[in-house]
Design a protein around this ligand. Structure first.
Ligand code: UD1
Length: 424
């Protein structure tokens, strides 16, 4: 390969919410290379003539099949070129271990540019390594691109908030999903020239896979739709709620977790509540002795007859789901109750009512124009918000540039930037 005609990119993923954000970028790089291969004379993205060699690095922050591999299959992500196998640990231990192992990869690969996405520990760890690395005597290092820059909850007790702020401040290219991100970065003194408003790559994935997800059989498996219901049909789909909870601030303290579960009792008496629980949450509910709130199901067809779409007051606890099954469940839910960041955005795009069990959100556009409301974590707040979302007609709009083309905009900007750097 002629090095003057090739640029090397490292894309990092580590935890579940990274996979759907990175998948469209990986696909856009593949498409760019295919276009150049068919017509080498073609002026590709950003007027660049060079092929992009993408090295996909998985830190191993998430490692269970259900938290990682299944997403690679669902989202057609190629097998990682490098797997760091880091696993779980305290924030310090996990971040440090990723940094140590990633430094070796960076020194070996010497990429032109590093792409990190979102706000997990892997995002910050790899960005920090790249910011301080030196490939030669004059301090050459890769450009750092942060996808989903500028989001702020203004709650520094949230580990992700620290990851967001620090990653943004070492990044050279900041790709922003919503208007609040532009404002936040400006207020923090980040030069406008580094910032690009591109939309949301998580929504690129949603739009790319929505049709495929409608073919999932998860509604049948959970007895929420009759077997004779047609492909994508909603007519015979039961009215149900979908729940996710995994934030340490919600599930790590017994009193807070109990409060949330009690706040959800009215909902679970009125319709089935499906809860694909994160491993952290499963551990905590056993530790706290909260089994009485749940009916544990294994998600298979076994015992299907004994299940029913009728509410019995207990939350239906299932194992974490893959991307397509979860997207299908979201798309047909009467309401989604969550403390996740990405789900607030996905429900906004799908027009599904969402109740966010948090005091703040770093994604205010989902409340401003979307279908999301912030319930806080009090019992009464949760009761009122779910009642409101179920009884009033919710209407929302899709935020600007959430149109399925964000990854292409990112690729155009990346190519231009690499080219500029080469001309220096
Ligand atoms: C991480 C992210 C969070 C994101 C979430 C999505 C950080 C600081 N947090 O939180 O922003 O919303 O991922 O899931 O990066 N575990 C398993 N199997 C796994 C992974 C984790 O059992 O495959 C268990 C382990 O007990 C681990 C715990 O979950 O200690 C927490 O995992 P960790 O990656 O530290 O944080 P998350 O809570 O998953």
């Amino acid at each position: 390969m002629d090095p003057t005609k090739t640029a090397k990119v490292i894309t990092v993923v580590g935890a579940r919410p990274n996979f759907m954000k990175a998948a469209p970028i990986i696909a856009a790089i593949r498409d760019h290379n295919e276009r150049l291969a068919i017509s080498p004379g073609l002026e590709g993205a950003g007027d660049s003539h060079f092929t992009l060699q993408n090295v996909l690095v998985h830190t191993g922050q998430h490692y269970d099949e259900a938290m990682s591999e299944r997403f690679f299959a669902d989202l057609n992500i190629p097998k990682p070129d490098v797997h760091l196998g880091v696993g779980s640990g305290s924030h310090a231990a996990q971040t440090a271990e990723i940094m140590k192992r990633f430094e070796e990869v960076l020194l070996r690969e010497r990429p032109d540019l590093l792409v990190v996405v979102g706000d997990v520990n892997s995002t910050l760890a790899c960005a920090l390594v790249a910011a301080k690395i030196s490939f030669d005597a004059i301090g050459t290092r890769p450009l750092i691109a942060h996808v989903e820059a500028g989001l702020r909850s203004f709650d520094r007790g949230m580990p992700e908030e620290i990851n967001r702020i620090l990653t943004d401040h070492v990044a050279d290219l900041l790709f922003v999903t919503e208007e609040s991100g532009l404002r936040n970065l400006r207020e923090e003194g980040i030069p406008d020239g580094k910032v690009h408003f591109v939309g949301n790559t998580m929504i690129d994935s949603l739009l790319a896979f929505k049709d495929k997800a409608s073919g999932s059989d998860i509604l049948h498996k959970l007895s929420l739709r009759n077997r004779n219901g047609g492909h994508g049909s909603t007519d015979d789909t039961a009215r149900y709620a979908l729940l996710t909870l995994h934030r340490p601030s919600n599930v790590d303290q017994r009193a807070t977790f109990l409060n949330i579960l009690e706040g959800l009792e009215e909902l679970s008496n009125s319709c089935p509540v499906i809860f694909p629980a994160h491993p952290r949450t499963q551990k905590k509910l056993t530790e706290f002795g909260f089994e009485r709130f749940f009916r544990v199901e294994n998600g298979s067809h076994e015992g299907e007859e004994s299940r029913s779409a009728h509410a019995d007051g207990r939350i239906r606890l299932i194992e974490p789901l893959g991307y397509l099954d979860f997207l299908c469940l979201m798309a047909h839910a009467a309401v989604v109750v969550t403390d996740s960041g990405g789900i607030q955005e996905e429900t906004t795009c799908l027009g599904i009512p969402c109740v966010t069990v948090r005091e703040n959100t770093e994604r205010p556009v989902t409340v401003k124009v979307g279908t999301n409301i912030l319930a806080g974590t009090s019992k009464e707040g949760i009761r009122q918000a779910t009642r409101q979302q179920l009884t009033s007609r919710v209407s929302g709009a899709v935020p600007e540039a959430w149109d399925g083309r964000s990854a292409q905009r990112i690729l155009d900007a990346i190519c231009l930037e690499i080219q500029k750097k080469r001309l220096l």
